[in-house]
Ligand binder design. Structure first.
Ligand SMILES: NC(=O)c1ccc[n+]([C@@H]2O[C@H](COP(=O)([O-])OP(=O)(O)OC[C@H]3O[C@@H](n4cnc5c(N)ncnc54)[C@H](OP(=O)(O)O)[C@@H]3O)[C@@H](O)[C@H]2O)c1
Length: 336
């Protein structure tokens, strides 16, 4: 038996935690109650070569059922659960202190929240809460795990960022800003960490069909957008939202598409790429930005696409969807 399993009691829940003491890599993932985090945890825990022991974390263990069901036999063997809220210092510390020797080989920062809408209608408190999770949440995790990695001269920090961490998208101002901030932070840290044999990798998905999308749509439906003028609300609701739904429908990937990127990124170790775009259809959009240092090309291209080509885009997306029978949804670029 490769693991020393122990039962711990946290927050009134029985938490089964198994610590790898073989050559397996200990992989800690944040935000595993749904979506990308859940599928990454399951895929790594069910790895055929049994290379990983996964500590799947979530802020509320009442949400563990989908993960436990998907993990099947791996639960309690190569997958253990722990409570972790990335917005709380104490929760982060308690989780990492509960791991044998605080040893984490691979930290996958996945937990994140979205926010769309006219800036005028979003309070500063709402904006701060996006940064608290998407930016400070990741930093909190890195600050807790990185010193041990540096001491051991080994480790891998992976961040689930977004295409919106590289290219802004209209009405996603605050979400994109939180991911841009993360990209900048990681670009700086990656250089220093090389000196300690610690690798930093970003995974940058485009649209993915998860609760992220449904939570945002539900949130938008409930909102009145106070403070935003009628024209802006009209552009948001009647121009941006329909295009966004089309784009998700046509180009959206599955959480498994994104999860499949994680084993090769981990296995490449110190030679892993820093950036890993998961959807090849977004590569030209990112290239556009770097092709013109004035920034005008991207700003005007996006304006033209949204306001002048909106109806045409809708028709093209529908045609694309029809012609490809939805096959584009499963296209993933491997970082290999
Ligand atoms: N879906 C997309 O289109 C898309 C595209 C690009 C990048 N991403 C990124 O992918 C990552 C995962 O998103 P997803 O699409 O899988 O969405 P999701 O299904 O909504 O999953 C987000 C996860 O983050 C967790 N989370 C939120 N706040 C947390 C906190 N304070 N502490 C710990 N966990 C917390 C959620 O837990 P609860 O269940 O407790 O809320 C949930 O498990 C995010 O970083 C997102 O920005 C998503």
């Amino acid at each position: 038996m490769f693991y020393r399993a122990q039962q711990m009691r946290w927050g009134g829940e029985n938490v089964r935690r198994a610590m790898s003491n073989s050559g397996q890599k200990v992989v800690l993932i944040t935000g595993c109650s749904s979506g990308i985090g859940l599928r990454m945890a399951v895929m790594l825990a069910k790895d055929e070569k049994q290379r990983y022991h996964v500590i799947a974390t979530m802020r509320d263990l009442k949400r563990k059922d989908k993960l436990v069901e998907a993990a099947g036999d791996a639960y309690g063997k190569s997958l253990s659960l722990a409570v972790l809220d990335v917005c709380t210092d104490e929760s982060v510390k308690q989780c990492i202190n509960g791991i044998k020797d605080r040893h984490v080989d691979v930290l996958i920062n996945n937990a994140g929240i979205g926010l769309v809408g006219p800036v005028e209608s979003i309070s500063i408190a709402e904006m701060k809460s996006v940064f608290e999770t998407n930016f400070f949440g990741v930093i909190r995790m890195i600050k807790e795990v990185m010193p041990d990695m540096k001491k051991r001269r080994g480790g891998h920090i992976i961040v689930v960022s977004s295409v919106m961490g590289l290219q802004g998208v209209v009405f996603n101002d605050v979400y994109a800003a939180s991911k841009f901030a993360m990209e900048g932070f990681c670009e700086c840290l990656a250089v220093q960490l090389l000196k300690f044999n610690v690798t930093m990798s970003m995974i940058e998905p485009g649209p993915v069909h998860t609760e992220f999308e449904s939570k945002m749509i539900q949130d938008v439906r409930q909102k009145e957008f106070p403070g935003a003028d009628a024209d802006t609300v009209n552009y948001f609701k009647n121009v941006y939202l329909p295009s966004s739904v089309d784009i998700f429908e046509t180009l959206g990937q599955t959480p498994d598409d994104i999860a499949r990127v994680s084993p090769p990124v981990i296995e490449q170790g110190s030679s892993a790429r820093f950036r890993n775009l998961t959807n090849p259809l977004y590569t030209p959009i990112v290239a556009l930005k770097y092709a013109d240092e004035t920034g005008g090309l991207s700003v005007h291209a996006f304006y033209h696409m949204l306001f002048n080509l909106g109806p045409l885009m809708h028709v093209s997306m529908k045609a694309m969807q029809y012609l490809t029978c939805g096959c584009l949804r499963s296209r993933t670029v491997s970082p290999n």
